[in-house]
Design a protein around this ligand. Structure first.
Ligand SMILES: [Zn+2]
Length: 399
């Protein structure tokens, strides 16, 4: 609400200053009187105060001359139209500006960039791509913005090779000459996306059993971001496919060391690395150790299941009671109720129903960048479009 208000006031200020500039710089030979023009501006501002902001903006644009002084107003109104979803209007405003050769060249590149953003909003990626390529080649001032948008286009289209090529252009040479230099936050974000692009490339290769190429991609993924959990999980999968359970376990242990919140994601591969290779007893010991260390609900419940199978249901139940007393979570309480005998009584049945409902409705993952939450692990946040910012939720409702 606050942001909207500020944006609205900014546009009002922009319109007001544009009106004044337009008023004073207006060529004398215009056919209609300035009183008529003034009334149409006020009509426009009136619209802006109501629902019809689109119509208001077009009224203002039609009356406002195009010159270097009024350019910021045109651009602000174009952005307003795009942010309101009126992309056609934004495109018209920006195309109108491009048809004016009176504007300096560098300013025209800025307009090109804005028009490309309109095309991206409209899903017209081909047109946006052409404009952005021009800006990259011709305008040192807007090159970096244009590269960022180009990378976004290739990412949306899942053109990973092209996304990689563009992302590399965004990293300064010194990063490769002097690897020790600490990256800026922006460079770090580019490296993080590069790491995920290589993971994206590795996944279909792994599915097609091209292990050699998949491994190569994953090593690249690690070289760009050595903390990328996804690269470790995929490398562990590769190791399991190659029948190297020990190597897989080392990778999985390092995920738990670096990012214990991902214990839940590690568990299925952990099980494969032990059970598929016939080491059930080793599995239970390892589960206990990790459950103790990171206090992961997923590991604790799996441990109880193994205890029930390998030892007795009593030992499983007492293990669960112990863990739930230390750190109660919905999932642990459900496991306790599940392990108890069938004569638990009606109240326990009701509690189970309630907990099941809570469990079904709770979000499991949350983005640490924007707070988006959901029940599926996205490596690219669907809300803020950052790579690797979503992690499993820890706490009473989570792992
Ligand atoms: Zn996010």
């Amino acid at each position: 609400m606050g942001v909207e208000l500020i944006q609205f006031l900014l546009v009002l200020a922009a319109v007001a200053s544009g009106w004044l500039l337009g008023y004073f710089y207006r060529p004398k030979k215009r056919s209609h009187s300035s009183d008529d023009n003034a009334s149409s501006y006020y009509k426009g501002l009136n619209y802006l105060l109501g629902e019809q902001a689109g119509a208001a903006v077009m009224t203002v644009i039609n009356e406002l001359p195009v010159n270097i002084e009024t350019l910021p107003t045109h651009l602000a109104l174009g952005n307003l139209m795009r942010s309101k979803g009126e992309v056609d209007g934004a495109i018209r405003i920006h195309q109108n500006l491009l048809s004016r050769p009176s504007l300096p060249k560098e300013k025209l590149y800025q307009v090109n960039l804005e028009l490309a953003r309109d095309y991206i909003s409209a899903g017209l990626f081909d047109r946006a791509e052409r404009l952005l390529r021009d800006v990259v080649d011709e305008s040192p001032q807007y090159r970096s913005d244009a590269l960022e948008h180009l990378q976004g286009i290739y990412q949306s289209e899942k053109e990973w090779d092209q996304a990689i090529a563009v992302a590399l252009l965004r990293l300064p040479q010194r990063r490769w000459l002097k690897k020790s230099a600490a990256p800026t936050a922006a460079e770090r974000a580019v490296e993080c996306s590069l790491s995920h692009y290589h993971c994206e490339k590795a996944q279909p290769l792994l599915a097609a059993h091209d292990i050699k190429s998949a491994s190569k991609e994953l090593q690249m993924a690690r070289s760009y971001d050595n903390d990328n959990v996804r690269a470790y999980l995929l490398l562990a999968k590769v190791a399991i496919t190659q029948k190297k359970p020990q190597q897989a376990l080392e990778l999985l242990h390092s995920v738990i060391e670096r990012q214990p919140a991902f214990a839940k994601e590690v568990l299925p591969l952990f099980r494969e690395a032990f059970v598929d290779f016939g080491n059930r007893a080793g599995y239970l010991d390892a589960l206990k150790r990790i459950a103790e260390k990171v206090s992961s609900t997923a590991f604790i419940t799996e441990c109880a299941l193994q205890l029930a199978e390998q030892a007795s249901s009593e030992s499983a139940l007492s293990y669960l009671y112990d863990a739930a007393r230390k750190r109660p979570t919905i999932v642990l309480l459900l496991s306790v109720l599940d392990q108890q005998d069938s004569d638990v009584g009606q109240s326990a049945v009701l509690v189970t129903q309630l907990l099941d409902q809570l469990k079904a409705e709770r979000p499991i993952y949350r983005c640490r960048h924007c707070g988006f939450s959901g029940q599926k692990l996205h490596w690219l946040c669907p809300s803020c479009e950052q790579w690797g910012t979503i992690a499993p939720i820890r706490g009473i409702q989570g792992d």
